[in-house]
Design a protein around this ligand. Structure first.
Ligand SMILES: *[C@@H]1O[C@H](CO)[C@@H](O)[C@H](O)[C@H]1NC(C)=O
Ligand SMILES: *[C@@H]1O[C@H](CO)[C@@H](O)[C@H](O)[C@H]1NC(C)=O
Ligand SMILES: *[C@@H]1O[C@H](CO)[C@@H](O)[C@H](O)[C@H]1NC(C)=O
Length: 406
């Protein structure tokens, strides 16, 4: 048995250590403090930010980020509660801090409504970072309403700034973030790998132009799950050069559906492979699950695609492959080869007469299209349904689809 004196010394040692640890955590150190799990906190307020809904906080955000990025050990940038206006922001890597760096957005981040503030097509860009977590439950508000009148058409390519761009990002995640009223797309992942995105709430009016919820291009291993997306364009769009993408648990609407494409617009585009869209609900969207390609395209492939366990509610074109996208009257055929595509267990209602339309290319017909357990009924007084299968080699399983493709 230990002597009382020995116990007293031990107790004091433990207490003193605990007090020291608490002291270290709460002591300010060059304008930074320690978080509960030991990371250094870089609060934007310490870098000159003002939550007055007017001051441009872009430089304050960038300075807080740069300090966090260049630090050693675990680091967290915090944007506290309040209304923070900001123009163009770039969070540049690579970083020396311990991976991952966290950006915690608790407040509202509001875009500057001066379009000249965005020379590079993005509002907030994350560039060349390995190991990043964005979270916090706050809102990224693009305040696009006054700018949508300046949006170009799909063909002109004059797109308004994207709210949040992941470029050359690796091994990172974003969850519990809200997006509203982006100027252009709400978010974009490009040239990136191993990205996990979940629990987003993305919202813009159904007539807002090109306000895609999430666009993914040139990336590998990206998961977008468990989110609510309603915008004026695609809820999720999966562009060229993408491999191994999972989209699941998305509630989409209003919007243009969950799309692969548009593909083939630019000569340097590369293949799309291994795309799964599973367990999603589409409500009142113009398209449900879609693959869209341009007519004058490079010879690329889109293959190994699965759309499974999807519920449609009052969707206009629930299942659609459109290889004449934006080019209905142009004779040239798309050279994007679509193959090994599975539409499985897709149920619900449609507001148009054609729930299944496969408008494939005459130059490179679709191959290996499976339509299994498709059960789509008219919503209200649509009349009898038909299907279209142009230039498509397909197999039907389960309940027959509406006539037209037999
Ligand atoms: C995406 O989800 C799949 C299936 O759950 C999983 O195997 C994969 O590791 C996930 N990828 C990322 C980047 O989280
Ligand atoms: C998603 O965001 C919209 C717009 O901010 C809001 O109206 C809606 O309540 C949010 N939904 C959820 C589930 O948080
Ligand atoms: C399907 O997605 C919903 C969210 O939309 C989620 O709650 C549910 O757990 C998912 N189910 C499966 C089997 O993944």
């Amino acid at each position: 048995m230990a002597a009382p004196r020995e116990i007293a010394v031990k107790t004091c040692l433990l207490l003193c250590l605990a007090l020291l640890a608490i002291g270290a955590k709460s002591t300010p150190l060059n304008g930074v403090r320690r978080g509960l799990v030991g990371e250094t906190i870089f609060d934007v307020m310490k870098y000159g930010a003002k939550a007055d809904g007017r001051f441009d906080n872009a430089q304050a955000f960038i300075h807080a980020w740069n300090a966090a990025c260049k630090s050693t050990g675990p680091a967290k940038v915090v944007i506290p509660k309040g209304d923070f206006v900001a123009g163009n922001v770039i969070f540049q890597g690579p970083c020396s801090a311990t991976k991952p760096i966290t950006i915690e957005i608790l407040g509202n981040v509001l875009a500057s409504t001066d379009l000249s503030a965005y020379p590079s097509g993005s509002w907030i860009k994350l560039d060349e970072i390995d190991g990043l977590v964005i979270t916090g439950g706050g809102t990224i508000n693009g305040r696009g309403k006054s700018l949508w009148q300046f949006a170009g058409s799909h063909n002109e390519g004059t797109l308004l700034p994207v709210s949040l761009v992941f470029e050359k990002i690796k091994n990172s995640e974003m969850h519990d973030v809200n997006f509203v009223d982006s100027m252009g797309f709400h978010s974009k992942v490009t040239d990136s790998e191993n990205i996990k995105i979940s629990k987003l709430n993305i919202s813009a009016p159904d007539d807002s132009p090109n306000t895609d919820g999430m666009h993914i291009s040139n990336s590998i291993n990206v998961n977008v799950t468990d989110s609510i997306i309603g915008t004026g364009d695609d809820c999720v769009s999966i562009g060229h050069g993408t491999t191994n993408i999972l989209v699941s648990g998305i509630t989409c609407g209003p919007g243009h559906g969950i799309s692969i494409g548009s593909l083939g617009k630019r000569p340097a585009e590369t293949d799309v492979k291994g795309i799964s869209v599973i367990n999603c609900t589409l409500k009142g969207t113009t398209n449900g699950v879609r693959i869209k390609t341009y007519h004058a395209s490079p010879s690329i492939q889109a293959s190994d695609i699965l759309y499974k366990d999807i519920i449609m509610a009052d969707v206009k074109n629930p299942i659609i492959i459109d290889q004449h996208y934006d080019s209905k009257n142009k004779p040239e055929q798309s050279k994007v080869k679509i193959s090994d595509v599975h539409f499985v267990n897709i149920k619900g209602t449609t507001i148009s007469k054609i729930p299944v339309s496969l408008y494939c290319s005459e130059a490179v017909p679709c191959e290996g299209v499976e339509l299994a357990d498709i059960d789509l009924a008219p919503s209200g007084a649509v009349g009898s349904l038909t299907s279209v299968c142009d230039n498509a080699k397909f197999v039907l399983k389960g309940k027959p689809i509406p006539p037209g493709c037999a």
